[in-house]
Design a protein around this ligand. Structure first.
Ligand SMILES: NC(=O)c1ccc[n+]([C@@H]2O[C@H](COP(=O)([O-])OP(=O)(O)OC[C@H]3O[C@@H](n4cnc5c(N)ncnc54)[C@H](OP(=O)(O)O)[C@@H]3O)[C@@H](O)[C@H]2O)c1
Length: 353
């Protein structure tokens, strides 16, 4: 068995945290999960089950899981030194790698909590969407070594204690010396980690794809059905088109993470459905039931990550003197407490497309 360089700590045991952490543990890593009490209780009773679209199933029994309630908001005093110093680590664990897996709105708080407990220089890999999370985490925890990461696949909670990976896609990170020793474990876990000298193009390439999340959430449809609806693809094409114009104005070339190069995506999305099915057959290898996590958030009445997606495009466009009208509309709509549901036709009418 491949020996990882030390324990890993998942900060935010949800879809991505449980999936990536669970697979690393199944590949031999000592993984500690920090999460909300309700999630931990499910894991304590049912264990952790991970499935994927190829029918692969991994189960970690409750007794195998190292579960920790939320990180205290003050450093713990060490009994051994008279109560004056910090005990480094979360729940007595000094991780060799932290996986930061909270939603964008929780990044600053989670990073600040980690900084209270972890030794300076602890590597923290942000597995979050958007382009700003690593900078937000680094600002809240300047002593920690925050590394930008990218998860190219989709994971949803299928039932209590059970997370399902419904699409394929790669895992990527900024090249960093602390990650080298982890590469064999990620590979053994079936999630090879691709290291990049510059993550910005990769993050923007992913953000372009994530512009589908609000369309999916507002449609209320499973991902595959939504992508096979041309009206909904036209809306996605408009959101991506605005982002591409803003990126061009800033001289940023987004990485290609889907079948088509980014600049061809708006054209490809507008194709008639029969042709789109042919052109995008690899990207359409998606479980019939897969949805985006933004759809889950809307269904559960939780705040969405819309500001980290459309909001980022709106800001990038503004700073280039442009206007990203469709992204502005989506941002406003998904920021409502109850965004409701709309058909593709209704969205196109509202956006004048
Ligand atoms: N799901 C996907 O398919 C996918 C794919 C690629 C990238 N991502 C990105 O990965 C990140 C995580 O997404 P996700 O879908 O895994 O979210 P998620 O299922 O909501 O998981 C995050 C978990 O962390 C918890 N949390 C937040 N702050 C915490 C704290 N201080 N201590 C302990 N637990 C805390 C959250 O609880 P509360 O809800 O109570 O805050 C939630 O249970 C996002 O940036 C997302 O965009 C997701």
């Amino acid at each position: 068995m491949i020996r990882p360089p030390g324990p890993a700590l998942v900060m935010g045991a949800g879809a991505i945290g449980c999936w990536v952490g669970g697979r690393l543990q199944a590949a031999g890593a000592e993984v500690h999960f920090v999460g909300r009490p309700a999630v931990l209780e499910e894991l304590r009773v049912l264990g952790l089950t991970l499935t994927d679209l190829d029918g692969r199933r991994t189960h970690l029994a409750p007794a195998e899981l190292r579960l920790h309630a939320e990180v205290p908001d003050a450093p713990r005093a060490a009994a051994s030194d008279g109560g004056s110093g910090n005990v480094p680590g979360v729940a007595g664990v000094a991780p060799a790698l932290v996986l930061l897996c909270v939603k964008s709105g929780s990044t600053a708080e989670a990073a600040a909590l980690l900084a209270l407990h972890l030794p300076p220089g602890t590597p923290v890999l942000s597995l979050q969407n958007g382009v700003a999370n690593p900078a937000v985490a680094a600002a809240a925890a300047p002593g920690l070594a925050v590394i930008a990461g990218m998860v190219g696949f989709n994971v949803v909670r299928a039932s209590p204690g059970h997370w399902h990976r419904g699409t394929w896609g790669e895992l990527a990170a900024q090249a960093h010396p602390a990650l080298q020793a982890w590469l064999p474990t990620f590979a053994a876990a079936g999630m090879p980690l691709a290291l990049h000298a510059d993550m910005k193009p990769v993050q923007w390439g992913k953000l372009l794809l994530n512009l589908n999340n609000p369309v999916n959430a507002l449609s209320g449809l499973p991902l595959k059905r939504q992508l096979l609806d041309r009206d909904l693809r036209v809306v996605m094409a408009a959101l991506i088109g605005e982002a591409l114009a803003a990126l061009k104005a800033h001289g940023i070339e987004p990485a290609q993470l889907a079948t088509l190069p980014p600049r061809w995506m708006p054209f490809g999305l507008r194709l008639p459905t029969w042709l789109f099915k042919l052109a995008a057959r690899t990207s359409l290898r998606i479980d019939d039931a897969a949805r985006t996590s933004m759809a889950d958030d809307v269904a559960r009445g939780r705040a969405t990550e819309i500001d980290a997606l459309c909001g980022e495009v709106v800001r990038l466009a503004r700073s280039a003197g442009q206007r990203a009208r469709c992204n502005e509309w989506m941002q406003e709509r998904l920021s409502r407490p109850d965004p409701g549901r709309m058909t593709g036709r209704e969205m196109r009418a509202a956006l004048g497309l």
